[in-house]
Design a binder for this molecule. Structure first.
Ligand code: NDP
Length: 448
């Protein structure tokens, strides 16, 4: 009789958990994964993927407008929220099935139940059954952190945005980060009146200042409203379901939806960490070493439940490294340097490496090359929107320290350029590369 029911029990079938489960099983481990909602996790079910579809869907309003100068006219163009919403939900079903199939094909047992840690090697399932495992991997992700004030229970989170019964006429978004700016662009594009309300005086803290300024300027031109240094007093729900939103001691503003986009916190409530003595930090994130191992030797954690980088591809790398380390006898850590990231705002921002501010703090003397240009398509469509690309280099060697872009398709372009930055190339390497003309990406090899 084996000592444990499973070699590995994974809690959470999101990006990190499914990768770890699948790869561990491919190395011969007997693996089960428990998931209380749907296989795929935040990114696939209620995050990156359906959000990107909304971004695409919302962009058609501008594309239709821009089409006029390209000779196109559309009579009676109309938008149908339910049609877009339902098509997205159908696509989410497809991906949910694909993830499920992949796990099954790798002989991973899927347990569609909530699981809690009952001891260092014990897991208690919602059905009441207790199972044992040699190793436990916690990959339960994070959950929207909704601020508490009178009526804040009337706020929705990004989770619910994909299920709205109708398009809001007015939406107030609390926060100024990724989710706030992405949904501001989406709902503005779809025709809602959008107000972004942040507690501080900035958006997208952590991104390069020039890009943040550029996004704000363009978003204002598109008609998105911003309120800074603003706090919520209370929200009251009217009988007809509309919301009266009180901010900064001022009279109420009416809104159909108030979205809380104020960060996400590790989803550890009721997980039973105390039953095994798993330690967390002051933000409630599970403490792990460079191998994703907690203070309990046989319990590991990957993804957003740890306090590292809250991005899907990072969780996937952590899941892979866990499987290599524990089940392939090849200890592997994740390299967290030069992780590219993007904000799917309109236009999008994409970034890798240090911002100008960070580079100045660290190196003192740096050089900044940039290109501030209007994409050919925008110029032809009479759209004033300008793109901005910025390269930060070390003063003497001209080694690239950071690359930051805002403009159409910036994430698509930056992913390729990030390879060069990660490889430690210099500005000269970009200069030596002949431009691909006419393209927006060619600006990268023509930076002044
Ligand atoms: P962010 O951390 O990006 O932004 C949070 C915003 O809310 C900030 O503007 C912050 O203000 C404000 N805030 C924080 N706490 C409070 C509070 N208690 N009361 C009022 N305002 C507050 O969080 P998001 O929710 O937008 O996104 C969560 C995470 O999800 C991101 O960090 C990212 O890792 C991930 N994500 C990634 C995406 C991508 O890769 N494209 C897309 C969506 C999410 P301040 O200005 O002071 O910082």
């Amino acid at each position: 009789m084996p000592e444990y029911d499973y070699d590995l029990f994974v809690i959470g079938a999101g990006s990190g958990g499914t990768r770890a489960a699948r790869v561990s099983a491919s190395y011969g481990a007997k693996v089960a994964v428990a998931e209380e909602y749907r296989v795929g996790g935040t990114c696939v079910i209620r995050g990156c993927v359906p959000k990107k579809m909304l971004v695409y869907g919302s962009h058609f309003s501008e594309d239709l407008e821009d089409g006029k100068n390209f000779g196109w006219t559309w009579e009676n163009a109309k938008f149908d929220w339910i049609k877009l919403r339902d098509h997205i939900l159908k696509d989410v079903d497809r991906l949910n099935n694909a993830y499920t199939e992949t796990l099954k094909n790798h002989d991973v047992e899927i347990i569609l139940e909530r699981a809690e840690i009952a001891g260092p090697h014990e897991i208690k399932l919602a059905s009441g059954k207790t199972v044992t495992a040699k190793y436990i991997l916690i990959a339960v992700g994070a959950w929207p952190d909704v601020p508490e004030f009178p009526g804040s229970e009337h706020m929705l989170t990004s989770n619910e945005m994909f299920h709205l019964d109708k398009l809001p006429e007015t939406i107030i978004i609390s926060g100024g980060g990724y989710i706030a700016n992405e949904f501001a662009g989406i709902f503005n594009g779809l025709g809602s009146e959008v107000f972004v309300v942040n507690r501080s005086s900035v958006i997208l803290r952590g991104y390069d200042e020039s890009l943040r300024d550029r996004l704000l300027q363009i978003a204002l031109t598109k008609g998105i409203n911003y309120k800074f240094n603003c706090t919520f007093d209370k929200i009251e729900k009217r009988e007809d379901g509309a919301l009266d939103v009180y901010m900064d001691g001022k009279p109420a503003m009416r809104a159909d939806v108030v979205l809380a986009a104020t960060g996400r916190r590790p989803k550890i409530d009721g997980l039973g960490l105390e039953n095994a003595g798993v330690e967390t930090n002051d933000k409630g994130a599970i403490k792990v070493n460079e191998y994703s191992q907690t203070n309990v030797d046989n319990i590991y954690a990957v993804g957003d439940v740890t306090d590292r980088v809250q991005l899907t591809p990072v969780a996937i790398r952590e899941g892979q490294a866990f499987a290599e380390t524990v089940f392939n006898n090849t200890p592997k850590t994740v390299d967290y340097s030069c992780i590219p990231s993007a904000v799917f705002s309109q236009p999008p921002i994409a970034s890798v490496g240090m911002t100008e501010g960070e580079a100045r703090m660290k190196y003192g003397n740096i050089k900044v090359y940039s290109s501030d240009f209007r994409a050919m398509r925008n110029a032809f469509a009479d759209r004033p929107e300008r793109s901005l690309y910025k390269m930060i280099v070390e003063q003497t060697t001209e080694k690239i320290l950071g690359l930051h872009m805002i403009g159409p398709d910036a994430p698509e372009i930056l992913q390729a350029a990030a390879v060069a930055v990660k490889a430690g190339l210099t500005k000269q390497a970009f200069d030596d590369t002949i431009a691909l003309h006419p393209s927006m990406a060619e600006e990268l090899v023509l930076l002044k």
